[in-house]
Design a protein around this ligand. Structure first.
Ligand code: 9MR
Length: 369
């Protein structure tokens, strides 16, 4: 019996914390005082803060987050995801390994779950991604294909997937990460077997299957002007000249404090706009070497502020998406050991200085000091 007491106290403390007792005032106190005698003594009801989505909408933009199916059982996480954002990207659920695990056998379970959740919260979906060299099923990578065979496989996949989500998604990342750092074509299954024409083909098939979806090419390290983003600029110009249905360029913006802020981001967005294309920041995170400290978090906040402002400054930049919103579910620590803390909310879903900085850039409030 003696051992039950600490447990009870622990459970009580957890329950109190969960209801906000002892944790300071709730962030969004909406309740009016229970009984007041005079209007003069009644404190003004606290105003509900606009969300990132609401702030972005006032600027004619969206503010989005990626998410992933395993996280959706976390109710605190999904509540914030549903509240704060108006655009959702499935981090993995629409990739080839998930959607066509066996040749010709399609599985929409994960993608549908995320589209359903987005709908329930009146959010749109940036669908991701159709043609990529990574996260392909073994049946596709485990054998050789003739060009004719592979073209047929690719066409069938795109028509099936884009057809399934026709009318349900805002945009598609049709081709993901097609170039090397020096601007040469990445040596992938697609390029090796089909040549560079696979990109135009993929865009045409996607357009055929959902004429209203905005079709994007998407890549990392094309945030600033440089050899790799030049390659996209040339390709985009060429595709448009040939009447290929391309609507936008997605700049992933996986940034790292140790590599510096891409100072030419805004110029880069502007030159794509000049071609008549939309742009978007599609997978934003700003990682750092751990442990995080106040100075690093302040720099990170400044970067989030700047990149958000850069998008607002360029007419055709349609929105910003963070690659999940909380450090709890960031891909960074698993891939870059010793790095992390890349997102605007920490692992306990508490907003970091970056969150206030984004709000400020969107015109909605002061940064945290
Ligand atoms: O967030 C995704 C992560 O869960 C996967 O393990 C990873 C596998 O490569 O892919 C992540 O998302 C990537 C995105 O699809 C394309 N750009 C880079 C992202 C981070 O790797």
């Amino acid at each position: 019996m003696r051992r039950t007491r600490p447990r009870l106290i622990g459970a009580l403390a957890t329950a109190l914390l969960a209801t906000g007792v002892g944790a300071g005032p709730p962030a969004q106190a909406n309740s009016a005082p229970a009984a007041t005698t005079s209007a003069q003594t009644a404190p003004a009801p606290a105003k509900k803060q606009p969300t990132l989505a609401e702030l972005a909408r006032r600027q004619g933009r969206y503010f989005g987050s990626a998410t992933d199916n395993p996280e959706l059982t976390d109710t605190a996480y999904t509540a914030l995801l549903g509240r704060e954002f108006d655009m959702i990207t499935p981090g993995n659920g629409m990739k080839w390994y998930a959607t066509e695990p066996r040749q010709g056998v399609f599985d929409w379970t994960n993608g549908d779950e995320i589209v359903g959740l987005a709908r329930a919260h009146h959010q749109r979906v940036r669908a991701h991604t159709l043609v990529w060299h990574s996260q392909l099923p073994d049946w596709l990578t485990g054998r050789d294909w003739t060009p004719d065979e592979l073209r047929a496989v690719l066409k069938k996949h795109i028509l099936a997937e884009v057809g399934h989500y026709r009318g349900k998604v805002y945009s598609w990342d049709v081709v993901n990460e097609a170039f090397n750092e020096d601007g040469s074509y990445r040596d992938t299954l697609w390029y090796r077997t089909l040549g560079p024409g696979y990109i135009a083909d993929a865009l045409r098939w996607a357009h055929q299957a959902d004429p209203r979806a905005k079709l994007y090419l998407n890549d990392y390290n094309i945030d600033g002007v440089g050899a790799k983003s030049d390659a996209y600029y040339r390709l985009a110009k060429d595709l448009l000249a040939r009447g290929v249905p391309l609507d936008g360029i997605g700049l992933q913006a996986h940034l790292a404090l140790q590599y510096g802020y891409p100072a030419t981001l805004e110029d880069n967005l502007r030159r794509f706009s000049g071609l008549g294309l939309d742009t978007a920041l599609t997978e934003v995170d700003v990682r750092m070497q751990l442990p995080a400290d106040a100075a690093k978090l302040a720099t990170q906040a400044q970067w989030y502020r700047e990149l958000t402002a850069a998008c607002l400054a360029v007419r055709r930049c349609v929105g910003v998406t963070v690659w999940d919103y909380t450090d709890k579910y960031s891909w960074i620590p698993a891939v870059f050991p010793g790095e992390g803390a890349a997102l605007p909310w920490d692992e306990q879903l508490r907003p970091k200085p970056a969150y206030a900085a984004i709000r400020q850039a969107l015109g909605g409030g002061q940064p945290l000091s």
